[in-house]
Write a protein that binds this ligand. Structure first.
Ligand code: SAH
Length: 378
């Protein structure tokens, strides 16, 4: 098979590029386009030989696109206009403008790309932007498939069959994330487990059994987590963790006392033996609630007993109890591992931890997209 010429739009830190490589489809990224300087610096650092166009997509002319002579578009348009926590501005959100511009250009290209893969969040499938996409695709006589992918289920045989039924020239899918945008945690193949980020606060309202067992969690919440954690085909979080060492000082990632006191009840706490976590979003390490799980790094202490003991304690005593758990943030490297980024993916030294979380929170699960790319092309 001849090498496909791939255009990577909204390239960020190159999640699509890694997925393409992992898919083993013979292909070459002929250009990557993104406007974010931090993401671009990271992309360049990891793909020094790929042409990276640091500009807005709307800033490219039809002729610029034609010159790239591509067979495939991989794209992850900004998802904030479509998320439940965003304002759902949809097509009226200025961040959707570039996407509408692509739709406008597509029919006018000298040569229509054979394959298009678009990735977005849950919420996109009901948007007007999606309707505009479908309309354009129909006009251009594409066949297409829309998929909701729960990253953990992708690797289970049942769901794989679901993918195999289609032979389309366009494969469009939208990642399912219950509650929050993008990336999440992982399983045996590094594919994310998806769960409700607001499990503590939301599902306790929704469950039939509203009695709180501890830490705002109901019997139902605890049972759901227990069942996710016993799914043996899924790898444990410990497989994705960094070794404490010269390069990473884990104390740096411990939750500060203020955060512990204020947010302990709301945080999703996981331990290294868990097989689940909530999605990591771009505010991780900075905003606590709903941005991703935190890790209980001292496993000798029982979570339940710590939380049950808090009632009536002074702040100081509470803090003492909570500190026993040694709760810390996952490091950016660990999140990258969970998202299926290869070990050779690195950040340039000048990129701050906060920036690393931010760009990772915008990216995607490499294993999931790799599978979809191979199915799309095969
Ligand atoms: N898939 C990417 C992330 C996509 S997030 C990854 O793996 O990292 C969306 C990206 O689109 C962001 O990096 C943002 O900088 C970029 N972006 C948003 N609007 C854009 C525009 N109008 N032109 C070019 N890039 C844009």
């Amino acid at each position: 098979m001849e090498q496909l010429r791939v255009l990577e739009l909204y390239s960020g830190i190159g999640g699509m590029h890694y997925a393409l490589t992992e898919s083993s489809v013979p292909a070459e990224v002929v250009a990557a386009v993104d406007v974010n300087t931090t993401a671009n610096e990271i992309y360049k650092h990891n793909f020094p030989n790929t042409l990276l166009l640091p500009k807005t997509i709307e800033g490219m002319t039809l002729n610029d696109f034609n010159k790239l002579d591509f067979d495939m578009i991989l794209m992850s348009p900004p998802c904030q206009p479509f998320t439940r926590i965003g304002l759902q501005g949809d097509v009226s959100d200025p961040r959707t403008k570039s996407f509408l511009y692509i739709l406008e250009l597509l029919p006018r290209l000298n040569k229509l790309p054979r394959f298009i893969l678009l990735e977005n969040v849950k919420g996109f499938e009901t948007s007007s932007a999606r309707d505009a996409l479908i309309k354009t695709l129909k006009e251009c006589e594409y066949s297409f498939q829309e998929l909701m992918v729960s990253p953990t289920s992708v690797m289970k045989n049942k769901t794989i069959y679901y993918f195999y039924v289609s032979y389309y020239s366009l494969y469009y899918f939208s990642q399912i994330l219950e509650g929050f945008p993008k990336t999440s945690s992982s399983d045996a193949t590094g594919t994310p487990t998806i769960s409700n980020t607001h499990s503590a606060s939301l599902s306790s309202n929704m469950s039939d059994n509203k009695d709180i067992i501890y830490k705002l969690e109901t019997a139902q919440d605890l049972e759901r987590k227990r069942s996710q954690n016993s799914e043996e085909s899924i790898r444990r979080l410990q497989d994705f963790l960094e070794e404490e060492g010269q390069e990473t000082d884990m104390d740096h990632y411990l939750l500060p006392p203020k955060t512990l006191l204020r947010y302990a009840m709301l945080m999703d706490i996981v331990s290294p033996t868990c097989r689940r976590s909530v999605c990591f979003t771009k505010g991780y390490g900075h905003y606590v609630e709903g941005t991703g799980s935190v890790l209980q790094s001292c496993s000798d202490v029982e979570l339940e007993s710590v939380f049950k003991s808090l009632e009536g304690l002074s702040e100081e005593e509470k803090l003492k109890q909570l500190s026993r758990l040694k709760l810390r943030y996952f490091t950016p490297r660990e999140i990258a591992n969970l998202m299926g980024f290869p070990p050779h993916f690195t950040f340039p030294p000048n990129i701050s931890i906060k920036q690393q979380y931010r760009v990772l929170g915008n990216s995607l699960n490499v294993h999931v997209v790799a599978k979809l790319i191979s199915l799309l092309v095969s």
